[in-house]
Ligand binder design. Structure first.
Ligand code: BES
Ligand code: ZN
Length: 847
């Protein structure tokens, strides 16, 4: 007797399979409880599974301040990945993102058509199912196996986000539908009021360093690169840019909410006849896409229910911190580059009413791009454009590929602050093409970029101007180091390679990475000669393009280069650059182990020479490592000592400052005994002494810099005519004002006299205005306070905002009242980055 029919057998098999798969599902929950760990500021285990490309569809509702998005990832095995199994989990960084759904694809072979992510019908066709696969968010309790309890600490979630884990099994496609809005720290949603034209709201993102995860779930660390394609849906007449080439514009009648509707179908039309459908873009290809000049959608009109879809393609792999978007009523103006084969276009985006002014300000941009290419090789990102944002942008600039984002505070009217563009442009090589492996080595991005920036400036504006800027930066660096050395963490943070474990990478954003980093490169340049150094840099950028770099790797390569690839001679005094090497390298050097402490060269006539050369290079590299990379502060001696910095122009300013300063004080007579009843201050070679009475003679003061005697409380007015500002640029002013601030206290009378003559309170140049406010606060020159307050209410650039609040706290009697009243009004208009920094400052102050 047959107990089970064939059909019955099948049924039982089916039930068994279901049971087993249930058990397996349960097992996967055990897998997930293996403690997730933050590594390099990311939850993603990108060595196991890595996101190779992203296909994005974003509908941006400027009124509701919301982005509704669908992102589809193509996933591959990471560098240490094993063959994918059905238990494979994809770890993504995500912070405060509202996840609406997760879809995995079982259809491995099917390449998705371009941005099919929006078309749910085609999801189904390609085997996608809504919610078919279990998904965990770290913050959720999954039947008692809440991963938070095993791995994640509160403070980590605050800083790094709660993350997102997807059971992808053997699939290589995952699609996530999500929504982000006001709580996305990267995004700033500005009201029309906060823009220049005051007509339309404005949106921009700032992803560096770890904020990309607040608006798109991603593997948010600089060592993972991916390509992306995107569609951005907005209402007319908004424009949009992303950190990608714009490859198409379409329009349709409808409401934004229809974009992701599963029932409604919008009839999209191409806005341009020369538009080439992007359906053939496979986002994982790095192929170039033919450029269409589609930046300004003039032909689509502006009426009522018109929707625009901008298509973007970033066919070169980028790290997540370079993901960027902006939406607003901005327009584009191009400086065409006709004779440059690599660069498609340079140009400027700005709000309509500002476009012409910005365009004028940046006219030297094409020259800069060419200079940069001449220096370190081909520009690889297609076009180079600048978007001028509203003043709340928290940084000076952000090097988003294809479109640099910039603060309007560099639009000074006289082109005086365009070095910032040289900086962001330089990032197209240092940073975007060759990227710091982790944020602890941030100096590899910024130090190299600062160096490169000044080379571009030299090439376009001349050596004198470039040197002036470098010297200003140097003065800043010395001051920063002095301040940082005051506290124990700050001291450690004066090293080039930082320890940022469990810390916000933002803490590494100091003058150390930027300026100590730059001067290390200046030092090397001077030691080995510019030709050699440029040769090294060109090869560095090309060998590591679309890759990551580490400090250790850099040092090893440099050592090898010094031994093998440089034209210099070596003498008792070290390198003599630009001489032809007369002693060919022994063949043994080819296989040299750079980590060996020494190398024995074969006997013979070259032995002594090569012994010496090897020793010299080794010592040099060791000194760099010890004094610069891991050394506290700045190294002022040794074979890798800090380079000499001098600028005749800044010395001229110093002279003016000194003459002005002493014009109002009694000359110190060393032989005179101070009169009864006179008090004063003498500043001499750095020391400041308070005097009551007594013999000045007794003091040992080789070089009196300034002295001040108060008789009955009155100070003589200084002679404002001593301030000879002939040929002063904004940079001269910045230096002069800083200098005066460091010399001591000016009387309100003096401040008034300066203001009367130079109208500094009304200066529009943000750098000059900032320095004037800083000095005004120090000198209790209250006339300037309303101007400063106005500045703090509109400008959100952290570099200005933070020191101003700090200076108020340092110098004002009613500091807390003053700061809180200004901050209360201003903070809703700040980007989260600036707001966070100011809040931390206030907390620190209250402690
Ligand atoms: N990439 C930085 C800005 C940044 C750094 C944002 C770290 C977030 C985290 C940009 O290139 C930059 O350095 N900007 C400077 C200007 C530059 C001329 C020094 C700035 O914003 O002031
Ligand atoms: Zn930078």
């Amino acid at each position: 007797m047959r107990i089970f029919s064939k059909k019955g057998m099948l049924k039982i098999a089916f039930v068994l399979i279901c049971l087993i798969s249930q058990i397996l599902q349960a097992n996967t929950r055990i897998v997930i409880t293996s403690t997730p760990k933050i590594q390099n500021h990311s939850w993603s285990k990108s060595k196991e599974l890595v996101v190779r490309s992203m296909d994005l569809a974003l509908s941006v509702d400027m009124d509701a301040k919301k982005i509704h998005g669908v992102v589809s990832y193509q996933i591959a095995k990471g560098s240490e990945g094993k063959k994918q199994s059905k238990f494979d989990l994809l770890y993504l960084d995500a912070k405060k993102i509202n996840i609406l759904g997760v879809y995995t694809s079982s259809n491995k072979k099917t390449a998705l058509p371009y941005s099919s992510a929006v078309d749910f019908k085609s999801f189904k066709k390609f085997g996608w199912q809504h919610g078919a696969t279990p998904v965990w968010r770290f913050e959720e309790d999954n039947n008692g196996t809440n991963p938070i309890s095993v791995g994640l600490q509160e403070e980590n979630i605050d800083l790094f986000g709660e993350g997102l884990v997807v059971l992808i099994g053997k699939n290589n496609r995952v699609t996530i539908e999500f929504e982000v809005g006001l709580s996305a720290d990267a995004l700033q949603w500005l009201s029309a009021e906060q823009t220049r034209d005051k007509q339309y709201p404005f949106l921009f993102s700032q992803s560096q360093a770890i904020l990309a995860r607040t608006w798109i779930p991603c593997q948010d660390l600089p060592s993972v690169r991916f390509t992306y394609a995107a569609r951005v849906y907005v209402k007319s007449p908004y424009n949009s840019v992303m950190s990608a080439e714009k490859v198409g514009v379409e329009y349709a009648r409808g409401a934004l909410s229809d974009v992701f509707s599963r029932s409604k179908k919008l009839a999209w039309k191409n806005a341009y006849t020369d538009y080439k459908p992007a359906a053939d873009i496979l986002v994982s290809n790095w192929m170039d896409y033919p450029f269409n000049n589609l930046a300004t959608p003039t032909s689509v009109g502006t009426s009522g229910d018109l929707l625009i879809c901008y298509r973007f393609a970033q066919n070169r792999p980028i790290p997540s911190y370079l993901l960027a978007i902006s939406v607003g009523d901005f327009r584009y103006s191009s400086y065409r580059i006709t004779d440059d084969k690599n660069i498609k276009e340079t140009g400027v985006y700005a709000e309509r009413g500002y476009l012409e002014e910005c365009r004028k300000e940046f006219v030297r941009l094409p020259e800069m791009v060419k200079a940069a290419e001449r220096l370190y090789g081909q520009y690889v990102w297609g076009s180079y454009r600048v978007l001028v944002l509203p003043p709340s942008f928290p940084f000076g600039g952000m090097e988003n590929p294809v479109v640099t984002f910039a603060t309007p505070t560099i639009v000074a009217g006289d082109g005086s602050l365009v070095s910032l563009l040289a900086h962001e442009l330089a990032h197209s090589w240092s940073g975007n093409l060759v990227t710091n492996a982790t944020w602890e080595e941030f100096w590899l991005n910024e130090g190299f970029t600062n160096y490169f920036e000044s080379r571009i400036m030299e090439s376009v504006f001349g050596k004198e101007y470039a040197d002036l800027l470098v010297n200003l930066a140097y003065a800043d660096l010395v001051k920063t180091v002095e301040e940082m050395e005051q506290d124990s963490q700050g001291r450690l943070d004066t090293r080039l390679v930082l320890d940022l474990e469990n810390r916000d990478p933002d803490e590494g954003v100091t003058d150390i990475a930027y300026e100590k980093g730059r001067f290390l490169l200046v030092m090397i340049e001077r030691k080995i000669g510019r030709d050699n150094w440029d040769l090294f840099l060109r090869s560095y950028f090309s060998r590591h393009s679309f890759g990551v770099v580490t400090t250790q790797g850099l040092l090893a390569e440099l050592k090898y280069f010094l031994l093998k690839g440089v034209s210099y001679s070596i003498t008792e005094n070290g390198f003599i650059p630009n001489e032809i090497e007369r002693h060919p390298a022994p063949s043994r050097l080819d296989s040299i182990q750079l980590s060996l402490p020494s190398i024995a060269f074969p006997a013979g006539e070259l032995k002594d020479y090569w012994d010496k050369k090897y020793r010299f290079c080794s010592d040099f590299m060791l000194a760099i490592e010890k004094d610069w990379i891991h050394g506290i502060g700045l190294p002022f001696d040794g074979i890798a000592a800090f380079p000499e910095i001098e600028s005749a122009e800044l010395l001229r300013v110093d002279g003016i400052a000194s003459r002005y300063w002493s014009s109002g004080v009694d000359k110190l007579d060393r032989n005179k005994t101070m009169e009864q009843g006179v008090t004063g201050k003498v500043k001499a070679t750095g020391k400041e002494l308070s005097l009551n009475q007594g013999s000045v003679k007794e003091m040992d003061m080789p070089e009196v810099m300034a002295c001040e005697f108060h008789r009955g409380g009155a100070t003589r007015r200084r002679d404002v005519l001593e301030l000879d500002t002939t040929n002063f640029t904004a940079h001269h002013w910045v230096h002069l004002l800083r200098r005066l601030r460091s010399m001591g206290q000016l009387s309100v009378n003096d401040m008034e006299a300066i203001d009367e003559r130079f109208h500094l309170s009304e200066r529009k140049n943000a750098e000059v205005a900032f320095e004037w406010y800083m000095l005004g606060l120090k000198c209790q020159y209250t006339t300037v306070f309303p101007y400063m307050e106005q500045f703090l209410l509109s400008v959100g650039r952290r570099k200005f905002v933070l020191p101003l609040y700090e200076q108020i706290l340092k110098t004002q009697e009613n500091a807390l009242d003053m700061v809180s009243s200004i901050f209360y009004g201003a903070s809703p208009g700040y980007h989260s980055v600036t707001r966070k920094s100011v809040t931390e400052l206030l907390l620190e102050y209250n402690r």
